[in-house]
Ligand binder design. Structure first.
Ligand code: GLC
Length: 712
């Protein structure tokens, strides 16, 4: 047996150029990062890694005092990795999941599933798979475990950390660090970080299944502008297509797609259009014809074209493991994007197959691979199907528009998909429970490397009440990805659909987001540099304070803003100074809907102006909101660049620092450039100092040193 393994192993090394693993059961691969191999590891069955950016290089032996060590074994035909956890350890991560923020005691199945309303299997398997667990020790130090495995698997956190796989033995990577933040930085160093998204994708976005015909899209856009409800993006769901055939436009509903995009652009909107993976099996349909000609389809176990039903009826599915197929797929975007489309929505990419087992493909379907990817069964490639799809989509979009930052929203994903696409939490329900659930869902995605996500605001399925919508948008305005959506047949869920009161609630919520854009953009830059999530759990304020570990009604945006939704009951708040602020003229303490926003003592945040969309975004007049700490000091930073394109990678950006220091009854505020080549000319500043005795505000000044008199 050993001899056979060795033969396979040597074969693997010679074919794929992989690094040796025999006799090497564990190695250090970075500072306080170790990789562990089971004895019978066969690289060909697991490599190249999908999660890791590059194949790890051993740099020494695992230190003797290494704490978190895995045990490898197999049982009942399953391969298992178990890692014991010390009492008092809180577990997080495991990607997209329903339920509590803390994952101790939970089980999830990593098998990407189209899970309408999270009903199948009680939501234990959802659209994405992140074989990743973050552990926070009692003393606030932390660790993380990556199972470098794409095969179907469960994560069982009943009393330890166990990855239980239907596939062959796999390796794990363990990170040990002083804080959860440091673990996330290392995780995203290993799996990669998102690139800077276009600024417009941080604005409010309106979707429904579906806005057709074109006249409805146009009047939707007009209504946002008429009602002065800020909005950046209008989404086109599947009904824009001709009988749900991807890369086509329905002649009746959308006779002139370029005209629709031009209209939206003229009004300061961007447009996102949906592309699913399923290609309708139809003679004469160009995508099916070219896909068949190139032999691009996933095959059945006996190597015939696999067909299954999705929206258009019987479909064939691109085999994205094939490099030729990815190239073909990328190429399809050229003409599509040429109609003026700004972003792409890749949906149904688990892949969802309505009449397939568990709503997907048979596990013995055949992927032919190529390049360094071996041919193998669907059981191995299912969870990375969507990731490979968005990788190819991104390449195509970038090729079509080389000077623009691509934006893709993907429903399915795997650990590392954040490199290619943002995500949303799939088909949720318009009820209070799902609204509240969206906080721990987005937090755990962030703690799994996916910083850019959000739920369908207002809820996708079922009708939503006015009150629920008001609560949801008031809270959702602080999520990284902010999009309202509604299923076919459900009530209208635009901000004005629930009457004047909720329209006003929505306007205030949106104004708050748009004023905060300089702060959000700075956080997205941070996420792109070190992987820190935009939306953070409250325990990030003090990982040593174990009372914060379970808090999931409230959350942090960056380090400096604490968001407390109106419905939160006795939330646990971090210690220290946190002062309620007004961002867009609202008084959240008396408001029925607007979340309380508290600014941390010691922080300075930048606020822009109320604008209707990001084409109006400018920082000519910038407000700095200051909250001093107990030593009378505060600091902040701001990142800015052109908001699109890639010049920022060549120095066309500006990183500013703000410092404030109290001297007697005065606060001296200084603004300085810290990095980048951009130089603002004639920028006006206004300083607002929030104190326990009230707020003081200066007039506009171009000075970069400002003195503010505090209230007596
Ligand atoms: C899926 C998506 C949903 C979309 C619908 C129609 O259910 O999750 O967002 O509206 O398909 O395309």
């Amino acid at each position: 047996m050993r001899k056979r393994i060795l033969t396979i192993y040597l074969f693997t090394i010679s074919c794929f150029g992989l690094s040796p693993v025999i006799g090497q059961t564990d190695k250090l691969i970075d500072k306080d990062v170790s990789i562990f191999y089971p004895a019978h590891y066969n690289a060909k069955e697991n490599q190249p890694s999908f999660a890791l950016l590059k194949e790890p290089k051993p740099m020494g032996n695992v230190p003797k005092n290494w704490k978190i060590k895995p045990d490898f074994y197999s049982k009942d035909g399953k391969t298992i990795v178990a890692l014991p956890i010390a009492k008092g350890t809180d577990l997080y991560g495991t990607g997209e999941n329903v339920g509590s923020l803390v994952r101790n005691g939970k089980k999830v199945t990593l098998w990407n599933t189209d899970n309408f309303r999270y009903l199948a299997d009680k939501g234990k398997r959802l659209y994405q798979s992140h074989p990743w667990v973050l552990g926070v020790n009692k003393d606030g130090t932390a660790f993380g475990v990556i199972a470098d495995n794409t095969w179907k698997q469960d994560i069982d956190l009943s009393d330890s950390i166990r990855f239980i796989s239907d596939g062959p033995a796999f390796r794990v990577i363990v990170i040990q660090r002083n804080s959860p933040q440091e673990v996330i930085k290392e995780l995203t160093k290993l799996i990669g970080r998102m690139e800077m998204p276009p600024l417009w994708s941080l604005g409010y976005q309106q979707c429904r299944f579906s806005y057709v015909p074109d006249t409805r899209i146009k009047s939707l856009a007009d209504t946002f502008r008429l009602k002065k409800l800020p909005c950046d993006v209008i989404w086109m769901d599947i009904d824009y297509m001709e009988r749900f055939k991807i890369f086509t436009f329905d002649k009746k509903n959308i006779p002139d797609p370029k005209g629709v995009n031009d209209y939206l652009h003229a009004k300061g909107f961007h447009s996102i259009w949906m592309i699913d993976p399923g290609v309708k099996v139809e003679k004469g349909y160009s995508v099916y014809e070219s896909g068949s000609k190139g032999d691009h389809w996933v095959q059945t176990a006996d190597h015939k074209e696999f067909n299954g039903k999705v929206w258009p009826g019987e479909c064939a599915f691109p085999d994205f493991t094939r490099p030729e197929t990815r190239t073909w797929w990328s190429g399809l975007y050229k003409d599509f994007m040429a109609t003026g489309i700004d972003g792409v929505w890749n949906d149904m990419n688990e892949p969802s197959v309505f009449d397939g087992p568990n709503g997907s493909m048979p596990i013995d379907n055949w992927h032919r691979g190529g390049g360094n990817l071996p041919a193998d069964v669907h059981l191995r490639y299912h969870d990375v199907y969507g990731m490979l799809m968005v990788k190819a989509s991104r390449e195509g979009i970038l090729k079509a528009n080389p000077d623009k930052r691509p934006f893709i929203l993907s429903r399915s994903g795997y650990l590392g998909s954040n490199r290619y696409a943002a995500t949303w939490t799939g088909d949720n329900t318009g009820n209070t429970d799902n609204m509240k659930l969206s906080i721990p869902m987005v937090l755990n995605l962030g703690l799994s490397g996916q910083a850019f996500s959000g739920p369908d605001l207002g809820g996708f399925a079922l009708n939503t009440s006015a009150d629920l919508f008001g609560q949801w948008i008031a809270m959702g305005t602080f999520f990284p990805f902010m999009r309202g959506h509604a299923a076919k047949g459900e009530n209208n869920k635009e901000p004005w659909a629930f009457g004047t009161e909720i329209e006003n609630v929505s306007r205030t919520a949106l104004n708050r987001r748009y004023r905060l854009l300089p702060y959000f953009y700075t956080l997205f830059n941070e996420a792109s540099k070190n992987g820190m999530p935009v939306m953070r759990p409250v325990f990030f304020a003090d990982p040593k304070d174990t009372t914060l570990r379970k808090e999931q009604q409230t959350f942090l945006v960056g380090n400096d803003l604490l968001i407390i939704p109106k419905w939160a009951v006795n939330p646990i708040q971090p210690k220290g100074i946190w002062r309620i602020i007004s961002i867009a003229g609202e008084n959240s303490t008396t408001d029925k809907y607007q979340a309380d926003v508290k600014l941390k003592g010691g922080a300075i945040i930048p606020l822009g102006n109320i604008i209707q969309n990001t084409t109006q975004f400018n920082l000519d007049s910038l407000t700095l909101m200051v909250s001093l700490d107990s030593n009378g000091k505060a600091t902040g930073t701001m990142y800015e660049d052109a908001g699109d394109g890639f010049q920022y990678q060549h120095g066309a950006y500006l990183l500013s620092t703000f410092t404030a220091k109290q001297a007697g009854q005065k606060v001296e505020v200084k603004i300085a450039a810290k990095g980048g080549n951009l130089k603002p000319t004639g920028r006006k500043y206004k300083i607002i100092v929030v104190t326990d005795k009230g707020t003081v505000e200066t007039g506009w000044t171009t000075d970069t040193k400002v003195s503010v008199k505090l209230p007596e």
